[in-house]
Design a protein around this ligand. Structure first.
Ligand SMILES: N[C@@H](CCC(=O)N[C@@H](CS)C(=O)NCC(=O)O)C(=O)O
Length: 205
């Protein structure tokens, strides 16, 4: 059975967990990182030297980097759904997964202060620049969702899975997120999936 090391309040873990649930993969979830620790255990380090979660072990293959894990699992277990068979549609899903990596830090200063009280990113003063930077970046996603229900096209794919955790954080912080009707409608669509509540089980932490 696939093993997944991560924690249920980690946005990177969410992507892999969601992929497992949507693809119907049986998995063992091993609580790691944050308050669970374990990142420096020699056995864990030997699998994943980045001191990060998530990590997967599937049939002898060790994977880390959440988008890479999601791609691997989607290709192996959800070809035709999460992993679009059409090359150009798949490339769109891929493109937005990579785009998400470029912008994943935008919301972190606001998240760090408002949810964790972390001062590393500028405390309260860091919130507004972070909000504005996120709004600017999310305008690209807003435009992309103008005439389609999901980021790669007509159906839910790994692209939506990779994008959602940070959008989930952004929309659930106590900050002003004006406009963005396409993103909000897309987020509401994702929330309707039965899998959503199995992934986003905890308040933001
Ligand atoms: N680019 C990596 C980022 C992984 C990452 O930053 N994970 C965070 C949790 S979201 C982590 O391991 N933090 C340390 C911890 O949880 O102890 C990925 O997408 O997998």
């Amino acid at each position: 059975m696939l093993k997944l090391w991560g924690r249920p309040d980690s946005s990177a873990t969410h992507k892999v967990l969601w992929t497992c649930i949507e693809a119907g993969i049986e998995y063992e979830f091993i609580m790691t990182g944050g308050k669970y620790g374990g990142l420096t255990d020699p056995e864990y380090l030997a699998m994943n030297p980045t001191l990060r979660i998530p990590t997967i072990l599937d049939d002898g293959y060790v994977g880390w980097e959440s988008n890479s894990c999601a791609r691997y699992l989607a290709a192996k277990y959800a070809s035709g759904t999460l992993w679009p068979e059409d090359l150009q549609i798949r490339a769109e899903a891929d493109k937005w997964m990579d785009w998400q990596c470029t912008h994943w830090m935008d919301i972190v200063p606001a998240f760090a202060w408002l949810i964790r009280g972390t001062e590393t990113f500028g405390a309260a003063e860091g919130v507004e620049p972070s909000r504005l930077k996120s709004l600017e970046a999310y305008q690209m996603l807003e435009d992309r969702l103008e005439d389609r229900d999901y980021v790669a096209g007509d159906s839910f794919t790994m692209g939506d899975i990779a994008l959602c955790p940070r959008v989930h954080q952004f929309l659930n912080l106590d900050i002003d997120t004006p406009g963005m009707p396409n993103i909000k409608a897309w987020y509401a669509r994702l929330k309707e999936r039965p899998s959503f509540d199995q992934v986003f089980t905890l308040p933001l932490t």
